[in-house]
Design a protein around this ligand. Sequence first.
Ligand SMILES: Cc1cc2nc3c(=O)[nH]c(=O)nc-3n(C[C@H](O)[C@H](O)[C@H](O)COP(=O)(O)OP(=O)(O)OC[C@H]3O[C@@H](n4cnc5c(N)ncnc54)[C@H](O)[C@@H]3O)c2cc1C
Ligand code: SF4
Length: 557
Amino acid sequence: MTDEHEHYEAVVVGAGPGGAAAAAVLARNGVETLVLERGVEAGSKNVTGGLVYAEESAPYTVDALFPDFREEATERPVTDYYLHNVAGEKVETFDITDLHEHDTAWSDAVLRRRMDSWMADRVHEMASETGGGLLTDVRVNGLLRERGEIVGVTCDELDPIRADLVVAADGVNSELARDAGLMDWEEPEEWFQGVKAVVDVPPEIIAERFGVADDEGEAHLFSGDLFQDVRGGGFVYTNEDSLSIGSVFHLDSIVEQEAEPHQLLDNLLTHPLLADWLEGHYDEVEYSAKLVPDSKKAANPSPHEGRLLVVGDAAGQMQAQGPIIKGMNHAVSAGALAGEAFAEAKLRGKPEQAGDLYERKLRDEGVMGKLRPKGYRVASALGERDAVADLTDSLVSSSVGRLGVRLLGGAGLLEDLYSSPYLSQIVPDTQTPYVTLPTVIAEELGERVTGEADFEPKDLATRIGDLTYDTDVGNPHIELRDNSVEASGAAVTACPVSARDFGGGCYREETVKTNGSEQKRVSLDTQPCVECGTCAVVADTDWEHPRGGKGVEYKEG
Ligand SMILES: Cc1cc2nc3c(=O)[nH]c(=O)nc-3n(C[C@H](O)[C@H](O)[C@H](O)COP(=O)(O)OP(=O)(O)OC[C@H]3O[C@@H](n4cnc5c(N)ncnc54)[C@H](O)[C@@H]3O)c2cc1C
Ligand code: SF4
């Protein structure tokens, strides 16, 4: 029966940067390629910060695969890069452009709807020449297997499709990687959660307030006490005529602190420094959120199984290099290497060797070395022990530590340390680099900023109400397996569209009275879900994506 199914040489699942790169290289090598994307348009499900990097040492860059990429799909080149250490209203700013320019051919700000849909058009043209193409509105819901072997994919909207190669480029919430046992979803410490607001600002105001010309842009990063004790940081990136303002935090820290993601974003939006930039121009057009993997812990060194090759976030390949976030470029490298591996294996008459070849290329081209740096393994083994982390924290905030900060700061050495590419790769995942040290730096060296926000950020209900949804009535894509507070209570605050005191979001804590006794229970309504993936990790759920084209549709991303 299965022989009757449609067959392609390659099926690529997902049209983000990983999928687009894989499809481009496959098509360029004449491999008949079908790309399946669940959004109404490529990019409509995606969120990034986001700066796309072209690394000098990378085997592939996005503009090498798509020649007009920078002219047509991006916002502004980033030319200046700053890190703001914050303690209340005191701020000490370091210029970390040297760090940013290390191994960087160029870096541009992007919005995902525009970027991904532009790439998808190019991919469709290229893949059509091989007898394939790109289809949107199609959700792949599993792997097609025969006698235990992966032989294709199954979809909600189409009959099963057979393929000699399946590339899972289906992002952080990859159902295919899970199906193949190639991604572990259990541990919050392996994930970051990102939340973002896009704020419309006219280009002339961006030019005036950031001091940039049309072909220039800036990246501003924030750490210190403005997110209380949650480990992570904030960002502001200049787009053509908007700002991307957001935060990326360790998910375990969000859970431990019972922090509310939208509130953390508001802390940044209303900081006096941002008030200076946004005064008279706060027009938030989109609120969004997504989980991202921490490659240092989650990147799979062997992301393949039979005919299945997994690339990008689905393989845990999102690198937090100190204050710099690199996921899109690594997804491009991995996607292209997967395509290359299959084309070479096919040429040798051994397509079944594509997975091993892909794994070898990831290693030999240096991609795995960046994703899981050896130095971090060594530094974290010591630095992330509780006793050592507590000691470092108390030392940094002691009078001796403060004196050291003043001396290093006075000699300009702190800025040099923050600009070291080696140190940025091995930063331990503790309170010290995100909260304690930047707070002490700002207290000891910072200047007071006096701006005052003349606006209130939008409340959560308005943010949700402003999003576009095509709700899949009667088909909830997430089901709570255990609605006890112990099993699923963390989702009440960690879900970016829920909050403890807000009843209209996805997760809620309720008191249920039964036979004279009272019990707290968690309930779920997936209607406002932005499909970030958080509750797949922090709650006991059966988690899957909505059917193709259903659910949230981002206009900016
Ligand atoms: C707030 C935030 C800030 C970030 N900042 C940066 C940054 O500045 N620079 C950077 O490089 N990276 C950044 N990242 C990370 C970056 O966005 C990701 O690493 C990158 O998008 C991964 O690309 P991908 O192709 O692997 O997956 P994605 O971009 O997630 O693409 C996956 C695609 O697969 C589709 N899909 C999923 N499941 C299915 C299915 N079952 N069937 C069909 N289609 C499916 C999705 O709709 C989507 O289009 C940031 C992320 C966040 C959330
Ligand atoms: S319900 Fe789950 S996937 Fe949806 S927005 Fe909330 S945490 Fe994210």
